[in-house]
Design a protein around this ligand. Structure first.
Ligand SMILES: [Zn+2]
Length: 243
């Protein structure tokens, strides 16, 4: 467990160094300071969750000029569609990551702010999420942290929610928002994030990267796994969360 913990810390440190180099050694400390209050970090278990459960919220944060950081937690390799298509787990990850990257680009998230942790899909542990949140909250103190609600029945989603709740309850992070999948209800007071017309267009364009399109060499694993979720999202793209 200790080796795993060290590995996560090294991984996050590496990303920080890369971000530091990209931002430029001279401007970065100032930029980091200026952005701290406005950074929002999303912990996304699988490629497609960012659009299905958080799309309106991401667009809203981007429109409000916040520094949006998106952390993809798993490799997404466990989807049944991959096996049906005869793809290896590595190929599934490659194609799903491409759908994810293109989706986030349409939503307006900067490429340098998209980080992939590559934990095993379907086996995400609270410990892995815990270490990830701790590391990112170290890089971005006073940021807002967003993930699925701990009431979510999917084990990877729930691991994110439970880890966020535990760290918040320990007062190591302050501002946490727990997102609820469309159609689910939770015993909490729910808030809504609506979306502008312009934002909806971005969401619609992002969804194209999850739908099969031979001309564009898109396999469309997203739509193939959960077509109903995409349809319902486009019918009503608002997001729900609780504190
Ligand atoms: Zn998911």
């Amino acid at each position: 467990m200790k080796t795993k913990r060290n590995l996560i810390i090294i991984q996050v440190l590496l990303y920080s160094i890369i971000a530091y180099i990209i931002a430029g050694a001279f401007v970065f400390p100032k930029a980091l300071n200026a952005n701290n209050q406005d950074t929002v970090i999303y912990y996304i278990p699988h490629q497609d969750d960012e659009l299905l459960t958080f799309g309106a919220s991401i667009v809203d944060d981007v429109e409000k000029d916040r520094n949006v950081v998106v952390v993809l937690m798993t490799d997404g390799s466990a989807t049944n569609v991959g096996k049906e298509l005869g793809l290896t787990p590595k190929e599934v990850t490659k194609y799903r990551n491409r759908e994810f990257d293109n989706s986030l680009k349409q939503l307006g998230v900067k490429e340098k702010n998209v980080i992939k942790m590559n934990f095993k899909d379907g086996e995400l542990t609270q410990e892995e999420v815990h270490q990830t949140i701790e590391s990112f909250s170290g890089v971005y103190p006073h940021s807002v942290h967003k993930g699925h609600t701990y009431h979510d029945e999917h084990s990877d989603h729930q691991a994110v929610g439970l880890a966020l709740k535990a760290i918040r309850d320990d007062q190591l992070i302050e501002d946490v928002r727990f997102y609820i999948r469309r159609g689910e209800s939770v015993p909490e007071e729910m808030s809504i994030v609506s979306v502008s017309q312009e934002g909806y267009e971005k969401i619609k364009k992002a969804s194209y990267y999850y739908r099969e399109d031979e001309d564009k060499d898109i396999i469309g694993i997203g739509y193939k796994s959960v077509p109903g979720s995409f349809d319902r999202m486009l019918e009503s793209p608002i997001n729900f969360y609780h504190h």
